[in-house]
Design a protein around this ligand. Structure first.
Ligand SMILES: [Zn+2]
Length: 108
């Protein structure tokens, strides 16, 4: 059995961090005004940074919703966090970082 409380703590921590990141990306991906007196090259930079920030924002939002879902369903599954092959507990950080993998490091 894994320590679900420990995992939940880690999840909450990651969720808070991801929400912070999302705020940052949101301010970076604000529309680039054509009236900004930043010159053509800086404007290109701004547009470039904006699309990078938008991609990062999408990823972070995706991750956030997966983590929230995990936190909400963690208690519903008695085998949550156990490797589907060997049954050993999967380290909490691996679960959070690779929620799509149902195996421990050795079995993956
Ligand atoms: Zn395993």
């Amino acid at each position: 059995m894994i320590d679900k409380e420990e995992l939940k703590d880690k999840l909450r921590e990651q969720i808070a961090r991801t929400e912070e990141k999302i705020k940052g990306y949101e301010s970076m991906s604000a529309p680039v005004s054509p009236d900004d007196a930043i010159g053509r090259v800086s404007r290109m930079d701004a547009i470039n940074n904006k699309s990078v920030a938008e991609a990062a924002l999408r990823q972070a939002k995706d991750k956030l919703s997966r983590m929230k879902h995990m936190l909400a369903t963690i208690d519903d599954d008695p085998n949550f966090g156990s490797c589907k092959r060997c049954g050993k507990p999967i380290p909490p950080l691996r679960i959070i970082l690779m929620p799509e993998s149902p195996y421990c490091v050795r079995c993956a």
